[in-house]
Ligand binder design. Structure first.
Ligand SMILES: CC(=O)N[C@H](C=O)[C@@H](O)[C@H](O)[C@H](O)COP(=O)(O)O
Length: 231
C-alpha cells in the first residue's frame, strides 16, 4: 500500500521552491515565502534544495517536503544529491522524501546507484524519489526500490530529448510501465500543460520556474509581446 505522504500527492501540485546563488531570490527567507504562498494556494507539497532551505521551509509550512541538495563535483554530470553525504544532509534537515539523481551516469563517490540506495535503506526510513531522464532509467529506479519517480532530468542529460516542452511522452511511457507513482516535472509552464501531465498518466506534477522564478515569468511575457509587429 502506498505511503500516506505519497497518497496525499495524488492529482496535486508540488511547488519547487529553489533559487541558486546569483538568482535574485536566492536565500532561505525568500524560499520560505514561496513555500507559504504554495501552501496558501493549496499545493500538496514542496520541493526544496539545500539543508538550510529545507529546514527553514519545514518550520513555516505543514506540507510534505521533497528535499534535494545540488552540489557539483568536478568532472561529473550528476549534481542532484550526488553522494551519501548530501543524502544525509537532506535527511538531517527534515525532508520527508529525498530526491536524488537516478540516471545511469557515474557518481563522484564511485558507488553505484544500487549501493547508495541499499546504504540509505539500511540506515533510514525515508522515502526515495528518483530523478530520471529516460524510460530505461525510470524502469531501473523501480527495480532498485525507489518509492516514486520524477521526469526532472529529461532534457538535462546529453542523451535525453532536448525539448522546450515537458516530456509528455516519457510521462506516458513510464506511467504505463511502472507500478510506483510517476511525477511530471520539468518545463511545465501553464495550467493546461500541468493537467495534460495527469491525463498522460502522471500521479502529480512538480512546477518550479513558472511559479518561483520571476525572471522566467517576465521573460515569457516579454517574448510573447515581441511578436507584435512594431517590436
Ligand atoms: C534540471 C534541474 O536541475 N531541475 C531542478 C530540480 O530540482 C530544478 O532546478 C527545477 O526547477 C525543477 O526540476 C522544476 O522544474 P521547472 O523549474 O522546469 O518547473
Amino acid at each position: 500500500m502506498a505511503h500516506s505522504i505519497i497518497e496525499s500527492f495524488k492529482g496535486g501540485l508540488i511547488v519547487s521552491c529553489q533559487a541558486l546563488e546569483g538568482e535574485p531570490f536566492f536565500g532561505s527567507e525568500f524560499m520560505t515565502r514561496f513555500a507559504i504562498s504554495a501552501e496558501m494556494g493549496d499545493a500538496v507539497g514542496i520541493r526544496a534544495n539545500t539543508p538550510q532551505d529545507i529546514a527553514a521551509i519545514k518550520r513555516v509550512t505543514k506540507l510534505p517536503l521533497i528535499g534535494l541538495w545540488k552540489r557539483e563535483y568536478a568532472g561529473f554530470g550528476v549534481y542532484i544529491t550526488p553522494t551519501l553525504e548530501e543524502v544525509e544532509g537532506v535527511i538531517a534537515a527534515g525532508a520527508d522524501i529525498v530526491a536524488m539523481d537516478a540516471t545511469k551516469r557515474d557518481r563522484p563517490d564511485g558507488l553505484s546507484l544500487s549501493e547508495i540506495v541499499k546504504e540509505i535503506r539500511r540506515k533510514h526510513q525515508v522515502l526515495l524519489m528518483a530523478d530520471i531522464s529516460t524510460l530505461e532509467e525510470g524502469l531501473m529506479a523501480e527495480q532498485l526500490g525507489f518509492d516514486l519517480i520524477s521526469t526532472t532530468l529529461s532534457g538535462y542529460t546529453p542523451y535525453s530529448p532536448q525539448g522546450q516542452e515537458p516530456d509528455f511522452q516519457l510521462i506516458a511511457d513510464l506511467s504505463s510501465r511502472v507500478r510506483i507513482p510517476v511525477l511530471g516535472e520539468g518545463r511545465i509552464h501553464s495550467p493546461e500543460q500541468a493537467l495534460y501531465c495527469l491525463q498522460e498518466g502522471a500521479y502529480a506534477v512538480v512546477i518550479g520556474g513558472a511559479i518561483t522564478r520571476p525572471q522566467e515569468i517576465v521573460k515569457k511575457y516579454v517574448d510573447a509581446l515581441s511578436h507584435f509587429p512594431y517590436n
